[in-house]
Design a protein around this ligand. Sequence first.
Ligand SMILES: *[C@@H]1O[C@H](CO)[C@@H](O)[C@H](O)[C@H]1NC(C)=O
Ligand SMILES: *[C@@H]1O[C@H](CO)[C@@H](O)[C@H](O)[C@H]1NC(C)=O
Ligand SMILES: *[C@@H]1O[C@H](CO)[C@@H](O)[C@H](O)[C@H]1NC(C)=O
Ligand SMILES: *[C@@H]1O[C@H](CO)[C@@H](O)[C@H](O)[C@H]1NC(C)=O
Ligand SMILES: *[C@@H]1O[C@H](CO)[C@@H](O)[C@H](O)[C@H]1NC(C)=O
Ligand SMILES: *[C@@H]1O[C@H](CO)[C@@H](O)[C@H](O)[C@H]1NC(C)=O
Length: 421
Amino acid sequence: MNEFKVLLLLICVISITVTQSQKPFYCQAPLPNPSENTNGLTLKMVQVVTRHGDRTPLYSTMNGLMDEWNCTLGSYMLPSQGNNGETLNNVDLLYRKVYLPGREYLPGNCSLGQLTALGYQQHINLGQAFRSLYVYKYALLSETLDESEIWVRSTDVPRTLQSAQGHLTGLYPPGTTGETGQNSVNIIDIFTMDSYFENMEPNNNLCPILVQYYYNNTDSQTYYQFNKENYNLKKEIEQALDINKAPDWSDLMDLFFATQCHGFDLPPGITESVVNATYQASLWENNYLLSPSIVNRLSMSTFFEEIINNIEEFISGNITTKYFIFSGHDDTVGPLMMLFGIDQYWPPYASHVEFELWEDDNSNKFIQLKYNGVSIEVSGCSSTMCPIDEFFETAYSILVPDYSDACQPTSSSNESGSVWP
Ligand SMILES: *[C@@H]1O[C@H](CO)[C@@H](O)[C@H](O)[C@H]1NC(C)=O
Ligand SMILES: *[C@@H]1O[C@H](CO)[C@@H](O)[C@H](O)[C@H]1NC(C)=O
Ligand SMILES: *[C@@H]1O[C@H](CO)[C@@H](O)[C@H](O)[C@H]1NC(C)=O
Ligand SMILES: *[C@@H]1O[C@H](CO)[C@@H](O)[C@H](O)[C@H]1NC(C)=O
Ligand SMILES: *[C@@H]1O[C@H](CO)[C@@H](O)[C@H](O)[C@H]1NC(C)=O
Ligand SMILES: *[C@@H]1O[C@H](CO)[C@@H](O)[C@H](O)[C@H]1NC(C)=O
Protein backbone atom coordinates (compact mmCIF):
# COMPACT_ATOMS: atom_id res chain seq x y z
CA MET A 1 0.00 0.00 0.00
CA ASN A 2 1.47 3.35 -0.95
CA GLU A 3 1.44 6.41 1.24
CA PHE A 4 -1.40 7.99 -0.64
CA LYS A 5 -3.60 4.99 0.13
CA VAL A 6 -2.63 5.04 3.79
CA LEU A 7 -3.54 8.71 3.88
CA LEU A 8 -6.89 8.03 2.20
CA LEU A 9 -7.62 5.29 4.69
CA LEU A 10 -6.75 7.54 7.59
CA ILE A 11 -8.81 10.44 6.25
CA CYS A 12 -11.61 7.94 5.81
CA VAL A 13 -11.35 6.78 9.43
CA ILE A 14 -10.96 10.28 10.82
CA SER A 15 -13.91 11.61 8.86
CA ILE A 16 -16.05 8.74 10.14
CA THR A 17 -15.02 9.68 13.65
CA VAL A 18 -15.87 13.30 13.02
CA THR A 19 -19.12 13.02 11.07
CA GLN A 20 -20.65 10.58 13.55
CA SER A 21 -19.09 12.37 16.48
CA GLN A 22 -21.40 10.72 19.01
CA LYS A 23 -20.59 7.18 17.74
CA PRO A 24 -17.01 5.90 17.51
CA PHE A 25 -15.80 4.57 14.14
CA TYR A 26 -15.76 1.14 15.87
CA CYS A 27 -19.56 0.92 15.63
CA GLN A 28 -19.88 0.46 11.86
CA ALA A 29 -17.45 -0.21 9.00
CA PRO A 30 -17.92 1.76 5.76
CA LEU A 31 -19.92 -0.11 3.11
CA PRO A 32 -18.24 -1.54 -0.01
CA ASN A 33 -17.43 0.68 -2.99
CA PRO A 34 -17.10 -0.20 -6.67
CA SER A 35 -13.74 -1.64 -7.67
CA GLU A 36 -10.99 0.36 -9.40
CA ASN A 37 -9.58 0.04 -12.94
CA THR A 38 -12.25 -2.40 -14.12
CA ASN A 39 -12.39 -1.19 -17.74
CA GLY A 40 -12.65 -4.13 -20.15
CA LEU A 41 -12.59 -6.63 -17.31
CA THR A 42 -15.13 -9.17 -16.11
CA LEU A 43 -15.55 -10.23 -12.50
CA LYS A 44 -15.27 -14.03 -12.14
CA MET A 45 -15.21 -14.80 -8.43
CA VAL A 46 -15.19 -13.09 -5.02
CA GLN A 47 -14.17 -14.19 -1.52
CA VAL A 48 -15.55 -12.05 1.28
CA VAL A 49 -14.16 -12.13 4.83
CA THR A 50 -16.21 -10.33 7.48
CA ARG A 51 -16.35 -9.35 11.11
CA HIS A 52 -19.70 -9.90 12.84
CA GLY A 53 -21.96 -6.89 13.45
CA ASP A 54 -22.75 -4.90 16.57
CA ARG A 55 -22.87 -7.07 19.68
CA THR A 56 -22.90 -6.79 23.43
CA PRO A 57 -19.45 -6.47 25.06
CA LEU A 58 -17.34 -9.53 25.87
CA TYR A 59 -16.40 -8.13 29.23
CA SER A 60 -18.68 -6.73 31.90
CA THR A 61 -17.88 -5.22 35.26
CA MET A 62 -21.12 -6.79 36.50
CA ASN A 63 -21.79 -3.75 38.61
CA GLY A 64 -24.92 -2.75 36.77
CA LEU A 65 -23.80 0.65 35.60
CA MET A 66 -25.16 0.19 32.15
CA ASP A 67 -28.65 0.36 30.77
CA GLU A 68 -30.41 -2.57 29.23
CA TRP A 69 -29.09 -3.88 25.96
CA ASN A 70 -31.45 -4.47 23.08
CA CYS A 71 -31.57 -8.21 22.54
CA THR A 72 -34.69 -8.47 20.45
CA LEU A 73 -32.75 -10.54 17.90
CA GLY A 74 -33.77 -14.14 18.43
CA SER A 75 -33.18 -17.34 16.52
CA TYR A 76 -35.58 -20.23 15.97
CA MET A 77 -34.32 -23.78 16.03
CA LEU A 78 -35.39 -27.06 14.53
CA PRO A 79 -33.45 -30.28 15.09
CA SER A 80 -33.42 -32.57 12.08
CA GLN A 81 -33.03 -36.38 12.30
CA GLY A 82 -30.72 -37.58 9.56
CA ASN A 83 -30.05 -33.97 8.57
CA ASN A 84 -31.94 -34.43 5.29
CA GLY A 85 -34.33 -31.52 5.45
CA GLU A 86 -37.45 -33.69 5.08
CA THR A 87 -38.67 -32.38 8.42
CA LEU A 88 -39.20 -29.05 6.68
CA ASN A 89 -42.18 -30.41 4.73
CA ASN A 90 -44.09 -30.45 7.93
CA VAL A 91 -42.87 -27.78 10.27
CA ASP A 92 -45.42 -27.10 12.94
CA LEU A 93 -43.21 -26.38 15.93
CA LEU A 94 -40.01 -24.38 16.34
CA TYR A 95 -37.91 -23.75 19.41
CA ARG A 96 -36.41 -20.55 20.69
CA LYS A 97 -33.57 -19.98 23.10
CA VAL A 98 -34.48 -17.24 25.56
CA TYR A 99 -32.06 -15.81 28.09
CA LEU A 100 -33.78 -15.44 31.44
CA PRO A 101 -33.92 -11.74 32.35
CA GLY A 102 -31.57 -10.80 35.16
CA ARG A 103 -29.51 -14.01 34.96
CA GLU A 104 -26.78 -12.65 32.67
CA TYR A 105 -23.68 -10.56 33.28
CA LEU A 106 -25.30 -7.68 31.44
CA PRO A 107 -28.49 -6.08 32.65
CA GLY A 108 -31.44 -7.25 30.55
CA ASN A 109 -31.65 -10.52 28.66
CA CYS A 110 -28.51 -10.52 26.50
CA SER A 111 -25.67 -13.00 26.71
CA LEU A 112 -22.07 -11.77 26.52
CA GLY A 113 -21.08 -11.07 22.92
CA GLN A 114 -24.59 -11.63 21.58
CA LEU A 115 -25.34 -10.15 18.17
CA THR A 116 -27.87 -7.32 18.53
CA ALA A 117 -30.73 -6.44 16.22
CA LEU A 118 -28.52 -3.61 14.98
CA GLY A 119 -25.63 -5.99 14.34
CA TYR A 120 -27.89 -8.26 12.29
CA GLN A 121 -29.19 -5.25 10.34
CA GLN A 122 -25.61 -4.17 9.62
CA HIS A 123 -25.00 -7.47 7.86
CA ILE A 124 -28.27 -7.24 5.96
CA ASN A 125 -27.13 -3.80 4.76
CA LEU A 126 -23.75 -5.22 3.85
CA GLY A 127 -25.38 -8.06 1.91
CA GLN A 128 -27.60 -5.54 0.10
CA ALA A 129 -24.55 -3.47 -0.86
CA PHE A 130 -22.91 -6.65 -2.19
CA ARG A 131 -26.10 -7.42 -4.10
CA SER A 132 -25.94 -4.08 -5.92
CA LEU A 133 -22.28 -4.68 -6.75
CA TYR A 134 -22.12 -8.39 -7.47
CA VAL A 135 -25.60 -9.12 -8.80
CA TYR A 136 -26.41 -5.89 -10.64
CA LYS A 137 -23.28 -3.84 -11.37
CA TYR A 138 -20.84 -6.66 -12.13
CA ALA A 139 -23.35 -9.43 -13.02
CA LEU A 140 -21.30 -12.03 -11.15
CA LEU A 141 -24.16 -13.72 -9.33
CA SER A 142 -27.64 -14.74 -10.47
CA GLU A 143 -30.50 -12.44 -9.50
CA THR A 144 -32.29 -15.41 -7.96
CA LEU A 145 -30.37 -17.55 -5.51
CA ASP A 146 -28.44 -20.39 -7.10
CA GLU A 147 -26.91 -22.36 -4.21
CA SER A 148 -24.18 -23.75 -6.45
CA GLU A 149 -22.71 -20.25 -6.82
CA ILE A 150 -22.26 -19.73 -3.08
CA TRP A 151 -20.19 -21.29 -0.29
CA VAL A 152 -20.38 -20.12 3.32
CA ARG A 153 -18.12 -20.68 6.30
CA SER A 154 -18.37 -19.26 9.81
CA THR A 155 -16.68 -19.72 13.15
CA ASP A 156 -18.88 -21.80 15.44
CA VAL A 157 -20.12 -18.78 17.39
CA PRO A 158 -23.74 -17.57 17.41
CA ARG A 159 -22.90 -13.96 16.39
CA THR A 160 -20.82 -14.97 13.36
CA LEU A 161 -23.37 -17.57 12.26
CA GLN A 162 -26.16 -14.98 12.52
CA SER A 163 -24.03 -12.35 10.77
CA ALA A 164 -23.57 -14.74 7.84
CA GLN A 165 -27.34 -15.23 7.78
CA GLY A 166 -27.92 -11.46 7.73
CA HIS A 167 -25.37 -11.11 4.92
CA LEU A 168 -27.17 -13.76 2.85
CA THR A 169 -30.58 -12.23 3.62
CA GLY A 170 -29.34 -8.92 2.18
CA LEU A 171 -27.75 -10.63 -0.81
CA TYR A 172 -30.89 -12.64 -1.54
CA PRO A 173 -33.87 -10.89 0.05
CA PRO A 174 -37.28 -12.59 0.27
CA GLY A 175 -38.65 -13.23 -3.21
CA THR A 176 -35.20 -13.90 -4.71
CA THR A 177 -34.38 -17.15 -2.93
CA GLY A 178 -35.45 -19.37 -5.82
CA GLU A 179 -37.50 -22.52 -6.31
CA THR A 180 -38.00 -24.56 -3.18
CA GLY A 181 -37.95 -28.03 -4.78
CA GLN A 182 -39.33 -30.83 -2.59
CA ASN A 183 -39.03 -28.86 0.64
CA SER A 184 -41.02 -25.85 1.63
CA VAL A 185 -37.87 -23.75 2.07
CA ASN A 186 -34.36 -23.70 0.64
CA ILE A 187 -31.40 -24.68 2.76
CA ILE A 188 -27.96 -23.10 2.74
CA ASP A 189 -25.14 -24.94 4.47
CA ILE A 190 -22.95 -22.82 6.72
CA PHE A 191 -19.74 -24.77 7.19
CA THR A 192 -18.00 -24.50 10.50
CA MET A 193 -15.58 -26.43 12.72
CA ASP A 194 -14.68 -26.98 16.35
CA SER A 195 -12.90 -23.94 17.73
CA TYR A 196 -9.90 -26.17 18.47
CA PHE A 197 -9.22 -26.36 14.72
CA GLU A 198 -10.43 -22.88 13.75
CA ASN A 199 -7.84 -21.18 11.53
CA MET A 200 -9.73 -17.97 10.78
CA GLU A 201 -8.00 -16.45 13.80
CA PRO A 202 -4.65 -16.96 15.53
CA ASN A 203 -4.89 -20.36 17.25
CA ASN A 204 -2.05 -21.80 19.28
CA ASN A 205 -3.68 -25.23 19.26
CA LEU A 206 -2.78 -25.33 15.58
CA CYS A 207 0.55 -23.57 15.99
CA PRO A 208 1.98 -24.12 19.49
CA ILE A 209 5.05 -21.94 18.98
CA LEU A 210 2.77 -18.88 19.02
CA VAL A 211 2.68 -19.27 22.81
CA GLN A 212 6.45 -18.90 22.96
CA TYR A 213 6.40 -15.88 20.71
CA TYR A 214 3.77 -14.37 22.95
CA TYR A 215 5.87 -14.81 26.09
CA ASN A 216 9.00 -13.62 24.34
CA ASN A 217 7.27 -10.51 23.03
CA THR A 218 5.76 -9.63 26.38
CA ASP A 219 9.09 -10.27 28.14
CA SER A 220 10.80 -7.38 26.39
CA GLN A 221 12.03 -3.88 27.13
CA THR A 222 9.51 -2.41 24.68
CA TYR A 223 6.63 -4.16 26.37
CA TYR A 224 7.73 -3.23 29.90
CA GLN A 225 7.97 0.36 28.75
CA PHE A 226 4.45 0.16 27.32
CA ASN A 227 3.07 -1.16 30.63
CA LYS A 228 4.92 1.51 32.54
CA GLU A 229 3.53 4.30 30.36
CA ASN A 230 -0.01 3.02 30.75
CA TYR A 231 0.16 2.11 34.44
CA ASN A 232 -1.68 5.22 35.61
CA LEU A 233 -4.34 4.85 32.98
CA LYS A 234 -5.04 1.29 34.08
CA LYS A 235 -5.24 2.33 37.75
CA GLU A 236 -7.61 5.15 36.84
CA ILE A 237 -9.88 2.72 34.98
CA GLU A 238 -9.79 0.12 37.76
CA GLN A 239 -10.84 2.79 40.23
CA ALA A 240 -13.61 4.15 38.03
CA LEU A 241 -15.01 0.67 37.36
CA ASP A 242 -14.44 -0.42 40.96
CA ILE A 243 -12.53 -3.56 39.97
CA ASN A 244 -9.33 -5.05 41.38
CA LYS A 245 -7.72 -6.17 38.17
CA ALA A 246 -8.56 -4.77 34.76
CA PRO A 247 -8.91 -7.25 31.88
CA ASP A 248 -6.90 -6.85 28.66
CA TRP A 249 -6.84 -3.46 26.96
CA SER A 250 -8.91 -4.79 24.10
CA ASP A 251 -11.66 -5.91 26.49
CA LEU A 252 -11.76 -2.46 28.08
CA MET A 253 -11.77 -0.76 24.67
CA ASP A 254 -14.58 -3.04 23.58
CA LEU A 255 -16.62 -2.38 26.70
CA PHE A 256 -16.34 1.41 26.26
CA PHE A 257 -16.97 1.43 22.51
CA ALA A 258 -19.87 -1.03 22.73
CA THR A 259 -21.42 1.17 25.41
CA GLN A 260 -21.08 4.23 23.18
CA CYS A 261 -22.33 2.35 20.11
CA HIS A 262 -25.58 1.83 22.01
CA GLY A 263 -25.86 5.42 23.10
CA PHE A 264 -25.43 4.47 26.77
CA ASP A 265 -23.54 6.72 29.14
CA LEU A 266 -19.97 5.74 29.88
CA PRO A 267 -19.43 4.58 33.46
CA PRO A 268 -18.71 7.52 35.80
CA GLY A 269 -15.02 8.44 35.69
CA ILE A 270 -14.55 7.11 32.16
CA THR A 271 -14.08 10.18 29.98
CA GLU A 272 -13.71 10.49 26.21
CA SER A 273 -10.00 10.87 26.64
CA VAL A 274 -9.81 7.68 28.74
CA VAL A 275 -11.67 5.89 25.96
CA ASN A 276 -9.27 7.28 23.38
CA ALA A 277 -6.21 6.38 25.42
CA THR A 278 -7.61 2.88 25.99
CA TYR A 279 -8.12 2.50 22.25
CA GLN A 280 -4.56 3.64 21.50
CA ALA A 281 -3.17 1.18 24.07
CA SER A 282 -5.28 -1.63 22.75
CA LEU A 283 -4.34 -1.01 19.11
CA TRP A 284 -0.67 -0.67 20.00
CA GLU A 285 -0.59 -3.86 22.06
CA ASN A 286 -2.46 -5.89 19.51
CA ASN A 287 -0.26 -4.70 16.65
CA TYR A 288 2.89 -5.16 18.70
CA LEU A 289 2.10 -8.77 19.63
CA LEU A 290 1.35 -9.66 16.01
CA SER A 291 3.97 -7.46 14.41
CA PRO A 292 6.90 -9.86 14.19
CA SER A 293 6.15 -10.82 10.62
CA ILE A 294 6.59 -14.52 11.39
CA VAL A 295 3.95 -14.37 14.17
CA ASN A 296 1.43 -12.72 11.87
CA ARG A 297 2.22 -15.14 9.06
CA LEU A 298 2.08 -18.27 11.26
CA SER A 299 -1.23 -17.02 12.70
CA MET A 300 -2.94 -16.64 9.33
CA SER A 301 -0.96 -18.84 6.95
CA THR A 302 -3.32 -21.80 6.61
CA PHE A 303 -6.43 -19.64 6.31
CA PHE A 304 -4.83 -17.39 3.71
CA GLU A 305 -3.67 -20.52 1.88
CA GLU A 306 -7.31 -21.62 1.61
CA ILE A 307 -8.15 -18.30 -0.02
CA ILE A 308 -5.25 -18.71 -2.45
CA ASN A 309 -6.24 -22.31 -3.16
CA ASN A 310 -9.80 -21.29 -3.96
CA ILE A 311 -8.48 -18.82 -6.54
CA GLU A 312 -6.21 -21.46 -8.08
CA GLU A 313 -8.91 -24.12 -8.09
CA PHE A 314 -11.36 -21.72 -9.69
CA ILE A 315 -8.90 -20.79 -12.42
CA SER A 316 -8.12 -24.47 -13.05
CA GLY A 317 -11.84 -25.20 -13.36
CA ASN A 318 -11.87 -27.56 -10.37
CA ILE A 319 -14.50 -25.47 -8.63
CA THR A 320 -17.18 -23.14 -9.97
CA THR A 321 -18.25 -21.42 -6.74
CA LYS A 322 -18.35 -17.69 -7.43
CA TYR A 323 -19.00 -16.24 -4.00
CA PHE A 324 -17.39 -17.31 -0.74
CA ILE A 325 -18.34 -15.91 2.64
CA PHE A 326 -16.00 -16.31 5.62
CA SER A 327 -17.76 -14.99 8.72
CA GLY A 328 -15.30 -14.24 11.50
CA HIS A 329 -14.10 -11.75 14.06
CA ASP A 330 -11.88 -8.70 14.48
CA ASP A 331 -9.00 -11.11 14.93
CA THR A 332 -9.86 -12.64 11.59
CA VAL A 333 -10.00 -9.40 9.61
CA GLY A 334 -7.25 -7.59 11.56
CA PRO A 335 -4.45 -10.18 11.25
CA LEU A 336 -5.49 -10.92 7.65
CA MET A 337 -5.08 -7.26 6.61
CA MET A 338 -1.90 -7.00 8.65
CA LEU A 339 -0.38 -9.56 6.27
CA PHE A 340 -0.60 -6.73 3.73
CA GLY A 341 0.85 -4.14 6.09
CA ILE A 342 -2.51 -2.61 7.00
CA ASP A 343 -3.02 -2.13 10.73
CA GLN A 344 -3.85 1.57 11.11
CA TYR A 345 -7.19 1.04 12.83
CA TRP A 346 -9.16 -1.63 14.66
CA PRO A 347 -11.63 -3.47 12.39
CA PRO A 348 -15.05 -1.97 13.17
CA TYR A 349 -18.25 -4.05 13.41
CA ALA A 350 -19.28 -5.49 10.04
CA SER A 351 -15.79 -4.97 8.60
CA HIS A 352 -15.32 -6.69 5.27
CA VAL A 353 -12.46 -7.76 3.03
CA GLU A 354 -12.96 -8.75 -0.62
CA PHE A 355 -10.60 -10.77 -2.78
CA GLU A 356 -11.98 -10.27 -6.30
CA LEU A 357 -10.81 -12.30 -9.29
CA TRP A 358 -11.08 -10.39 -12.58
CA GLU A 359 -10.38 -11.42 -16.19
CA ASP A 360 -9.80 -9.55 -19.46
CA ASP A 361 -10.72 -10.59 -23.01
CA ASN A 362 -7.41 -12.44 -23.39
CA SER A 363 -8.05 -14.48 -20.24
CA ASN A 364 -5.44 -12.53 -18.25
CA LYS A 365 -6.38 -12.67 -14.60
CA PHE A 366 -6.20 -10.01 -11.91
CA ILE A 367 -6.88 -9.77 -8.18
CA GLN A 368 -8.33 -6.73 -6.49
CA LEU A 369 -8.12 -6.64 -2.69
CA LYS A 370 -10.57 -4.31 -0.95
CA TYR A 371 -10.93 -3.46 2.72
CA ASN A 372 -13.90 -1.56 4.11
CA GLY A 373 -14.58 0.24 0.85
CA VAL A 374 -10.97 1.00 -0.08
CA SER A 375 -9.12 -0.77 -2.92
CA ILE A 376 -5.68 -1.75 -1.68
CA GLU A 377 -2.48 -1.53 -3.66
CA VAL A 378 -0.85 -4.75 -2.53
CA SER A 379 2.91 -4.56 -2.17
CA GLY A 380 4.55 -6.04 -5.27
CA CYS A 381 1.52 -5.16 -7.40
CA SER A 382 1.70 -2.54 -10.14
CA SER A 383 -1.92 -1.45 -9.60
CA THR A 384 -4.97 -1.98 -7.39
CA MET A 385 -6.02 -4.25 -10.26
CA CYS A 386 -3.13 -6.60 -9.58
CA PRO A 387 -1.91 -8.93 -12.35
CA ILE A 388 -2.34 -12.38 -10.88
CA ASP A 389 1.31 -13.42 -11.18
CA GLU A 390 2.32 -10.39 -9.14
CA PHE A 391 -0.38 -11.16 -6.59
CA PHE A 392 0.66 -14.80 -6.28
CA GLU A 393 4.28 -13.82 -5.83
CA THR A 394 3.37 -11.63 -2.85
CA ALA A 395 0.89 -14.21 -1.56
CA TYR A 396 3.45 -17.03 -1.64
CA SER A 397 5.98 -14.87 0.15
CA ILE A 398 3.39 -14.48 2.95
CA LEU A 399 2.55 -18.18 3.32
CA VAL A 400 4.90 -20.11 5.60
CA PRO A 401 6.19 -22.97 3.44
CA ASP A 402 7.36 -25.22 6.30
CA TYR A 403 4.33 -24.37 8.47
CA SER A 404 4.18 -27.59 10.54
CA ASP A 405 7.87 -27.47 11.42
CA ALA A 406 7.82 -23.74 12.02
CA CYS A 407 4.98 -24.21 14.50
CA GLN A 408 6.90 -26.63 16.72
CA PRO A 409 7.96 -25.03 20.01
CA THR A 410 11.69 -24.86 20.62
CA SER A 411 11.21 -26.10 24.18
CA SER A 412 8.36 -28.03 25.74
CA SER A 413 7.82 -25.59 28.60
CA ASN A 414 4.94 -23.56 27.22
CA GLU A 415 3.04 -25.86 24.89
CA SER A 416 -0.43 -25.42 26.21
CA GLY A 417 -2.60 -22.67 27.51
CA SER A 418 -4.68 -20.29 25.47
CA VAL A 419 -2.90 -17.06 24.73
CA TRP A 420 -5.11 -15.72 21.97
CA PRO A 421 -8.60 -15.12 23.25
C1 LIG B 1 -35.39 -9.28 25.61
O1 LIG B 1 -36.00 -8.21 26.25
C2 LIG B 1 -36.67 -7.34 25.36
C3 LIG B 1 -37.13 -6.14 26.15
O2 LIG B 1 -37.77 -6.56 27.35
C4 LIG B 1 -37.80 -8.09 24.69
O3 LIG B 1 -38.45 -7.25 23.76
C5 LIG B 1 -37.22 -9.26 23.92
O4 LIG B 1 -38.23 -10.05 23.34
C6 LIG B 1 -36.38 -10.13 24.85
N1 LIG B 1 -35.68 -11.11 24.02
C7 LIG B 1 -35.92 -12.40 24.13
C8 LIG B 1 -35.13 -13.30 23.23
O5 LIG B 1 -36.71 -12.85 24.92
C1 LIG C 1 -34.41 -2.86 19.46
O1 LIG C 1 -34.05 -3.07 18.09
C2 LIG C 1 -35.15 -3.23 17.23
C3 LIG C 1 -34.64 -3.58 15.87
O2 LIG C 1 -33.64 -2.69 15.43
C4 LIG C 1 -35.97 -1.94 17.25
O3 LIG C 1 -37.09 -2.10 16.44
C5 LIG C 1 -36.43 -1.64 18.68
O4 LIG C 1 -37.08 -0.40 18.73
C6 LIG C 1 -35.23 -1.61 19.64
N1 LIG C 1 -35.70 -1.52 21.01
C7 LIG C 1 -35.18 -0.68 21.90
C8 LIG C 1 -35.77 -0.72 23.27
O5 LIG C 1 -34.27 0.11 21.62
C1 LIG D 1 12.18 -17.04 23.07
O1 LIG D 1 13.30 -16.62 23.80
C2 LIG D 1 14.16 -17.68 24.21
C3 LIG D 1 15.22 -17.07 25.11
O2 LIG D 1 15.76 -15.92 24.52
C4 LIG D 1 14.75 -18.35 22.97
O3 LIG D 1 15.58 -19.43 23.34
C5 LIG D 1 13.61 -18.87 22.11
O4 LIG D 1 14.10 -19.40 20.90
C6 LIG D 1 12.63 -17.78 21.79
N1 LIG D 1 11.47 -18.39 21.15
C7 LIG D 1 10.91 -17.88 20.10
C8 LIG D 1 9.75 -18.64 19.57
O5 LIG D 1 11.29 -16.83 19.60
C1 LIG E 1 -6.69 10.25 20.63
O1 LIG E 1 -5.34 10.00 21.04
C2 LIG E 1 -4.39 10.22 20.04
C3 LIG E 1 -3.04 9.73 20.55
O2 LIG E 1 -2.85 10.05 21.90
C4 LIG E 1 -4.39 11.69 19.67
O3 LIG E 1 -3.45 11.93 18.66
C5 LIG E 1 -5.79 12.06 19.17
O4 LIG E 1 -5.86 13.43 18.92
C6 LIG E 1 -6.85 11.70 20.18
N1 LIG E 1 -8.15 11.87 19.57
C7 LIG E 1 -9.19 12.34 20.24
C8 LIG E 1 -10.45 12.44 19.48
O5 LIG E 1 -9.12 12.66 21.41
C1 LIG F 1 -7.57 -29.80 -9.64
O1 LIG F 1 -7.95 -31.15 -9.35
C2 LIG F 1 -6.98 -32.11 -9.75
C3 LIG F 1 -7.58 -33.49 -9.53
O2 LIG F 1 -8.03 -33.62 -8.20
C4 LIG F 1 -5.70 -31.89 -8.95
O3 LIG F 1 -4.71 -32.82 -9.35
C5 LIG F 1 -5.20 -30.49 -9.20
O4 LIG F 1 -4.08 -30.22 -8.37
C6 LIG F 1 -6.29 -29.45 -8.90
N1 LIG F 1 -5.85 -28.14 -9.30
C7 LIG F 1 -5.60 -27.18 -8.40
C8 LIG F 1 -5.16 -25.87 -8.94
O5 LIG F 1 -5.74 -27.34 -7.20
C1 LIG G 1 6.26 -19.99 30.14
O1 LIG G 1 5.02 -19.48 30.60
C2 LIG G 1 5.10 -18.76 31.83
C3 LIG G 1 3.71 -18.33 32.20
O2 LIG G 1 2.86 -19.43 32.21
C4 LIG G 1 6.04 -17.58 31.67
O3 LIG G 1 6.14 -16.89 32.91
C5 LIG G 1 7.42 -18.06 31.24
O4 LIG G 1 8.25 -16.96 31.01
C6 LIG G 1 7.31 -18.89 29.96
N1 LIG G 1 8.59 -19.45 29.64
C7 LIG G 1 9.14 -19.38 28.41
C8 LIG G 1 10.47 -20.05 28.24
O5 LIG G 1 8.61 -18.85 27.46
